[in-house]
Design a protein around this ligand. Sequence first.
Ligand code: NAD
Length: 264
Amino acid sequence: MSEPFRVCVAGAGGRMGQALAAAIDGHPELVLAAALDQPGAAGVGKPVLPGSRVRVGDDPEAAMAGADVAIDFTRPAGTMALLAVCRRLGRGMVIGTTGFNAGQLADIDHASADVPIVMAANFSLGVNLLRALVTRATAALGEGFDIEIVEAHHRHKVDAPSGTALALGEAAAEGRGVTLGDVAVRSRDGHTGERPDGAIGFATVRGGDVVGDHQVLFLGDGERIELGHRASSRATFANGALRAAGWLRERSPGRYDMFDVLGL
Ligand code: NAD
């Protein structure tokens, strides 16, 4: 049997970090080797989960010295700091954090020349299948249907539209052969004028404890098609991220997403 693949969970005290630490327990191939959070976070110095032998640290260098791969669900600034360490030490990375700006995305691309990186706005199997279905539906339906993407998340989410909504927008844009940035309408307020032809619109709902709902509407004359996904537990994202981490073991440097991991 091969040695277990050692994982560092970054953002260990967060909602996803806690879900990951729980999901990795008893995993056949992966072992939790380190847990990381930002200096001053409540959990630093304490066991990552009650009874765990892994304590949460705040030094990325020390954490990654004893790990083979990092799984990062933090904030863009946290991801970028950990990326620099992983690049220096030659460690792969699974990035689940969302809300990066163009410069940060370019830096992630550069780093993927040296280390393998799986990055996805959503690690669930269902959402990745939905992306593929949206591209197919968009191509089949043509210009006669207006595309709107509606997403809902819990009240603590800090970025909008969600990374998943944007990924679904990219999937629709691909089906139309256009660039999302050229056609996206990310919010509407006041006298907006009529809907531009070919727009891909986004609407955001925030509140309560919603884990993540996404709906893609194809609105035609006299009919509409609705494709959607609802996550009811963060375990679905955690299990997908662990699958991606295990998959990275055999990978050369490069930038990958869940389509690659799932072979979609
Ligand atoms: P959270 O706020 O519950 O947890 C964030 C964690 O990151 C905390 O432990 C916090 O202390 C830490 N952190 C914040 N800033 C940091 C920094 N600068 N350096 C290091 N650590 C830092 O958030 P969450 O709900 O767990 O979500 C985390 C991220 O993952 C968000 O960007 C969210 O959109 C994304 N997310 C992605 C998926 C997916 O499938 N890709 C699923 C859920 C959430």
